[in-house]
Every structure is written in C-alpha cells, then in structure tokens.
Write a new protein. Structure first.
Length: 214
C-alpha cells in the first residue's frame, strides 16, 4: 500500500517534469538570461556612455586649459609690448630732453674786430642740462650753402661763444649738430645725434651792445 502510494507520487513528479515542462523551464531560463544580458548590455552601454561623457568633459577641460594658456601667453605678450613701449617712450623722452632741450642759443652778438675796422657776429650758446655735448656749428646761407664755423665741447652749465661770420653778411640761420650720451636707439644724423637750427635773428633786432659810432 505504502509502496503503491510512493510509486504513485514518484509517477506524479515524473509526470509533472515531463518534456513539455522542461521545455517551458528552459524557455523561462532563456528569457531570464536574455533579460539579464540585455540589462548587462544596457549597463555596459551606460558605462560606455559615461566614459564617453567623461572623455568629452576631459577634452573640454583640456581645451579650456589651452585657451587659458593662450590667453595668458597673449596677456604676457601684451604686457611685454606695453613695457617695451614704455621703455621706448622713456628713451624718446630722454632723447628729446637731450641737446635739443639743453642747448640754448642765448643771443647773437655783434662785436668789434680787435684789429680790423669791421664787426663780427658771435653766437652765444649755453648748456642748461646735466650732460656734456660735442658740438659742430655751421652757418647756413641758404638750403644749399653752409660753412662750418666751430666745433668743441660744451659742459653742463657752460656758455660758449662761437664766431659765425662778419657782421652785415646775410645768412639764413645757424645749424648745430650735437653728440652725447643718449639711451635712445635712433640712428645718428650726418654729423651727430641731435640737429638743431636757429633762424638768423632779424638784422633790425636791436643788439645788446650800443652801436659802434666809428
Ligand atoms: Zn637719442
């Protein structure tokens, strides 16, 4: 009786696990596996997407760094240019504050020649700056004609007289070349670093000395 019951139960279990049911279980397992693999695949895709975004962010950040570095380089270049402009301006200012500003023509004097019955004109220059200059003075009769009349050195605070020409001869002006220390990078002229020109004073201009009555 018991054996019969067990045998029936066994038969019952064996009946339940028949071919069809195995197929159903296999199908269910297959579905589970495929769902799992879809989920796995999706997760992999998410990871890949995350990595891609991370890479994009890193690339963007790198690009940003390059831009910042470029901007800094540009800024440094501008600062260097500005510093160089300032240095050039200072050199230019020093140049303009050189002989052009320092050397003044105080006056042109007419003086009686010590031995001859005529008068001579003398230019009186003063160096009101702090530098020493070499000078080369010319009398300009016109744009094409001039003659050298004196060279020398003029020290800071010094006054020098330069004989120009015989009084009464018409001339256009006095041209002077000066040389001396200058921090600028301007090339020197024909005969010096600075050139200055003074138009001849009007002959009618009253002179410091009383007129010669001889
Ligand atoms: Zn200069």
């Amino acid at each position: 009786m018991l054996t019969a019951i067990i045998g029936r139960e066994t038969t019952h279990v064996r009946d339940w696990v028949n071919v069809d049911r195995v197929a159903v279980i296999v199908a269910i397992i297959a579905v589970i596996v495929s769902v799992a693999s879809v989920l796995y695949g999706r997760r992999q895709a998410d990871i890949a997407e995350g990595a891609k975004q991370e890479a994009r962010r890193a690339a963007d950040a790198a690009e940003q760094q390059v831009k910042i570095a470029d901007a800094a380089k540009e800024e440094a270049r501008r600062a260097a240019d500005a510093a160089s402009d300032v240095a050039k301006m200072e050199a230019r200012r020093d140049h303009l504050a050189g002989a052009i500003k320092d050397i003044e023509l105080l006056r042109v004097e007419s003086r009686q020649h010590p031995n001859l019955p005529h008068r001579n004109l003398f230019a009186v220059f003063r160096n009101s700056g702090h530098r020493v200059y070499r000078y080369s003075i010319q009398v300009e009769y016109n744009t094409n004609s001039h003659s050298p009349v004196g060279t020398g050195r003029i020290h800071a605070g010094e006054t020098v007289d330069v004989h120009l020409l015989r009084d009464g001869i018409r001339y256009g002006g006095i041209a002077a070349w000066f040389d001396g220390e200058c921090p600028c990078d301007q090339p020197d002229g024909d005969q010096g670093h600075w050139r200055k020109f003074w138009r001849a004073p009007d002959p009618e201009t009253p002179r410091d000395e009383p007129p010669n009555l001889h």
